[in-house]
Design a protein around this ligand. Sequence first.
Ligand code: FE2
Ligand code: FE2
Length: 172
Amino acid sequence: MTEDNLKAAFAGESQAHMRYLIFAKRAETEGFPNITRSFRAISHAEQVHATNHLDVLGMIRGSVDNLQMAIDGETYEVNEMYPAFNAVAQLQEEKGAMNTTNWALQAEKIHAGMYQKAKQAVESKKDIQLGSVTFALCAVTRLKVKRQTDVLYAAHLKTSLESSEKQKAQSG
Ligand code: FE2
Ligand code: FE2
């Protein structure tokens, strides 16, 4: 009972955290800087609540375990969740849902692959080389690409991971 309650509370706090960050962005574009700050501040409080619940649930572990949990989650989204959601959206001709589930699906594939590489690195007691990730993120932000940002960011990140691996192979 308590475990289920904490899992439900974690889900609720996580959603509140994300929702407030998104609302902050909207308040910012509507020209309300203090509403923006309030949303952002409270979103951080919700993150603390979520973290505490997850901690008590024993679900914050070492990075190898955490990365495996991340791989499992992304793989489930890629292989089961988004294909099913996308199929339902297609059947019901929900264009917006078809797009968002497909964009997320494409990004999750890349996330799963990145986490796999990260886990292999941590298992050999190394960090991963990220190369020009910061640049890639900034480039995407500057472009102000809507909706597809996540896919593009993941694609940039993948490219920069691969190019940093190539550079390492060439130099090493
Ligand atoms: Fe909260
Ligand atoms: Fe993901």
